[in-house]
Design a protein around this ligand. Structure first.
Ligand code: CP
Ligand code: NVA
Length: 310
């Protein structure tokens, strides 16, 4: 059966660990993997902008001996000139993996439904699994373990990255506080809360929404935030969003309220003095560039896993 990675809970805890460990191995010895996808092609469909995802997938595929095609669907959206099912079936005749960054989750679900090759979600409005796997690799490298952690998330919680962080914390049995404004447009969707509560039953995780940023930071090993202006959010909402999220900005006081050895993470792109102060993101607890680098290694591991190479 063809496997896809559309959200992080498509993988079990064991599979996540397997992929993370492979990524660490690839990072240590990239040459050993230089022909593991020789002759294979990755198609990357982009409806939204990207720096990290595009460059790391393209570089990663080349470093595995394969080839990556960048295809912008910005001006020719999926499902407009032909059915998504036709796009998926045709692309499957040419390439070995399809990756897509789209606005609507249904589009990537449809691609996966009709593709005969693995589909990887490079971010939609519901998930960002490659980011979260890379993030957990980074946490493992920094903390030497993935056992029994508390991660706190600050800011926009009606958000792809937040959703996959919630799923991943649930899968790994962690504590997670999501500190966000008390308003539905900035809070996780009920479907995600329900999924996460189902996942947590098996692992004993405690993932909850709170509205007090300092309390959320207390006892945290990882402080995490994401953009207040995700791709596609209209410019005219910026001032209103800044007002709503400012109480959840990651400041030095938030870092002080966490464990002394806590790390600061942001998937990037980041805006200094928005979701975090410059002092925090450029400070000694910030690991954002190690976090960004791991996108390269983890995506190589994801592609090898989905192509049944380990
Ligand atoms: N973190 C991330 O996915 O960055 P890009 O939007 O630059 O790809
Ligand atoms: N939530 C952000 C993540 C960017 C990697 C966005 O969707 O723009």
């Amino acid at each position: 059966m063809v496997r896809h990675l559309l959200k992080i809970s498509d993988f079990s805890e064991e599979e996540c660990e397997k992929v993370i460990n492979k990524s660490i191995e690839i990072k240590e010895n990239p040459k050993k993997f230089s022909s593991t996808l020789e002759g294979e092609t990755l198609l990357m469909l982009f409806e939204k902008p990207s720096l990290r995802t595009r460059i790391s997938f393209e570089t990663g595929m080349q470093q595995l001996g394969g080839h990556a095609i960048f295809y912008s669907i910005k001006d020719s959206p999926l499902g407009k000139k032909e059915n998504i099912s036709d796009t998926a079936k045709v692309a499957s005749r040419f390439v070995n993996i399809i990756a897509a960054r789209v606005f609507k989750r249904q589009d990537i679900w449809d691609l996966a439904k009709f593709a005969d090759v693995p589909v990887i979600n490079m971010l939609d409005d519901f998930a960002h699994p490659c980011q979260i796997l890379g993030d957990f690799q980074t946490i493992k490298e920094k903390k030497k373990s993935l056992e029994n952690m508390k991660l706190s998330y600050f800011g926009d919680a009606y958000n792809n990255v937040t959703y996959d962080l919630m799923r991943m914390c649930a899968i790994f049995g962690w504590r997670m506080d999501i500190a966000c404004p008390n308003a539905p447009e900035y809070s996780p969707e009920q479907a995600v809360l329900d999924e996460v509560s189902g996942l947590s039953k098996d692992t004993g995780a405690d993932v909850k929404v709170v509205h007090d940023a300092l309390k959320a930071a207390s006892e945290s090993d990882v402080i995490y935030t994401d953009s207040w202006m995700s791709y596609g959010i209209p410019q005219e909402q910026e001032e209103e969003r800044k007002r709503a999220f400012m109480p959840f900005q990651v400041t030095y006081s938030i870092m002080e309220a966490a464990k002394p050895e806590a790390i600061f993470m942001n998937c990037l792109p980041a805006m200094r003095e928005y979701e975090q102060t410059a002092e925090v993101i450029d400070g000694p607890q910030s690991i954002v560039f190690d976090q960004a680098e791991n996108r390269l290694h983890i995506q190589k591991a994801i592609m090898l896993f989905l192509r049944d190479k380990f």
